[in-house]
Design a protein around this ligand. Structure first.
Ligand code: SF4
Length: 327
């Protein structure tokens, strides 16, 4: 199935759900299997600080959320957690953080160097830095940098992410690409007021950027944020449509399979919900290396519940997926 143009993307986004399930989903599933067989990738993740100076209107870690208990994990402890995962055969690590001005950049560089030395594929999502800093992270051994554009509509981006600008975000994304780091980027699906046209633009922007991984998720406004009371969660139908389009358009990329289902209380580790995302073409799961009390406070969204590798084991035993801990 060839998906090239905005018209092709819109045709799928606008089709009835039953037609999508009959005509598109099976093709996306076959595309994933043709590329990866029955393998689903499992990456360790460490949210090493939940302090953030920014005020994104939907995020539970925004600076204005005074109800959240904040923490920082010292570089030596991050290194110990990551190296322990490497010793147990996990080759991919995802280091994620709020934009925390007081978490020393030197400490982050030390973490990257050490985990690279341990043989890991190091993926980072630590926000906007300047060119020299991204270059230093690459020199230290970073393989991939995750910087989401969130929404390709500049006005909406500027409204929902008031601590930065769309122009600055895209400049940072281009800097990352220019330095030769793999770029992971993507959007929030079905944010308030998003049109099918805008969603199609988001998907096509991912293609234009040549992403390695699509860290996409539906809109899930967190408690104690300006959008919590007034806006509902994003649609699962749109989530599966976007995943399927991405798989068919960019067959070799990683796409986040750790997705919510209908019952948000089950968090992102609901096997049924993850299986639905995998059936649409997704292929990347996570397990949290942080101790549980800290993991619970890494609260970009409510009810995140990313559990240990036993979650992937359930998916493997129930649905027959082969869990791959390689990079
Ligand atoms: S989305 Fe990221 S940058 Fe924005 S407030 Fe949350 S942690 Fe900070």
């Amino acid at each position: 199935m060839n998906i090239e143009t905005k018209r092709d993307v819109l045709e799928i986004l606008n089709m009835p759900e039953t037609d999508f399930a009959r005509d598109v989903l099976p093709k996306a599933q076959r595309a994933r299997e043709a590329q990866f067989g029955n393998r689903i990738f499992l990456s360790g993740m460490i949210g090493y600080t939940n302090v953030c100076k920014n005020q994104c209107l939907y995020c539970g870690m925004r600076a204005g959320n005074s109800d959240l208990k904040r923490f920082r994990v010292a570089p030596e402890d991050v290194i110990a957690l990551g190296r322990n995962a490497a010793e147990h055969g996990y080759k991919r690590i995802f280091l994620i953080a709020g934009e925390d001005p007081k978490y020393g950049f030197d400490g982050l560089v030390r973490i990257v160097k050490s985990l690279k030395d341990a043989g890991m594929f190091v993926s980072l999502a630590c926000g906007e830095f300047d060119r020299a800093q991204y270059a230093e992270l690459k020199a230290a051994g970073a393989d991939e940098y995750v910087l989401k554009f969130e929404m390709s509509n500049p006005e909406s981006f500027n409204r929902m992410n008031p601590s930065t600008t769309f122009t600055r975000r895209m400049e940072a994304i281009e800097t990352i690409r220019g330095l030769g780091l793999a770029l992971a980027s993507g959007n929030i699906i079905d944010w308030p007021g998003q049109t099918a046209d805008e969603l199609a633009d988001d998907i096509l922007l991912m293609k234009r950027l040549g992403i390695s991984w699509a860290p996409v998720i539906p809109f899930l406004p967190a408690m104690n944020t300006p959008l919590f009371e007034t806006h509902h969660r994003g649609s699962l139908e749109k989530l599966y449509k976007e995943i399927a389009i991405l798989r068919l358009m960019l067959p070799a990329i990683r796409i986040t399979a750790q997705q919510p289902g209908a019952d948000l209380r089950k968090g992102l580790s609901d096997p049924e919900a993850n299986d639905s995302a995998i059936r649409a073409g997704a292929n990347l799961l996570f397990y949290d290396l942080l101790p549980d009390p800290l993991a619970a406070d890494f609260r970009v969204i409510d009810e995140r519940h990313i559990t240990g590798p036993q979650h992937a084991k359930v998916l493997s035993e129930t649905y027959g997926y082969v869990i791959d801990t390689d990079a």
